[in-house]
Write a protein that binds this ligand. Structure first.
Ligand SMILES: [Zn+2]
Length: 154
């Protein structure tokens, strides 16, 4: 039985700032190199702020089998994953590389998802696992830029 969406999880591609990332890049990393049977993300936010759907989903609140993505092991049945291109400096060190256009898109995106699913919590990948992803202060962003209600911030 499909479960209801509970988390919207924000990721970065962990690639150097200003480097474009395509759907084909993510397919190569996840399907070819990792050998997964699907991608890790539902949507990709490009450097110019363009939002690209990677894994189709419908508008109801259930995460059906075909809508699932492999973003964070253990919670994928109740989560949707969004990724932005970037997340490191030229040497691969974690860095907030969100462009102004990406910040705008991410802001609209999380606000839209919270309007559609008012019970969800929005979190960065590092809320669940000890790692740098998504490489920016997502709580501050969700509070001060996206102005989400506190109950929607993990
Ligand atoms: Zn991540």
């Amino acid at each position: 039985m499909p479960k209801r969406i509970e988390y919207l999880v924000i990721h970065c591609t962990a690639t150097p700032e200003k480097r474009p990332v395509s759907r084909q890049d993510i397919e190569r990393w996840h399907l070819k190199e990792r050998g997964w049977d699907r991608l890790g993300y539902s949507d990709l936010i490009h450097l110019d702020g363009r939002l690209e759907n990677l894994t189709p989903y419908d508008t109801d609140s259930l995460i059906e089998q075909h809508e699932m993505t492999w973003g964070v092991k253990g919670i994928n049945a109740i989560s949707r994953h969004v990724v932005y291109a970037g997340g490191t400096d030229a040497y691969g060190r974690p860095k907030d590389t969100l462009t102004p256009a990406q910040r705008e898109t991410l802001k609209d995106y999380v606000r839209f998802m919270v309007r559609r699913y008012p019970w969800i919590k929005v979190a960065g990948h590092n809320f669940f696992v000890r790692k740098a992803c998504p490489c920016f202060d997502w709580r501050k962003f969700l509070r001060e830029e996206a102005r989400l209600p506190e109950k929607n911030i993990a």
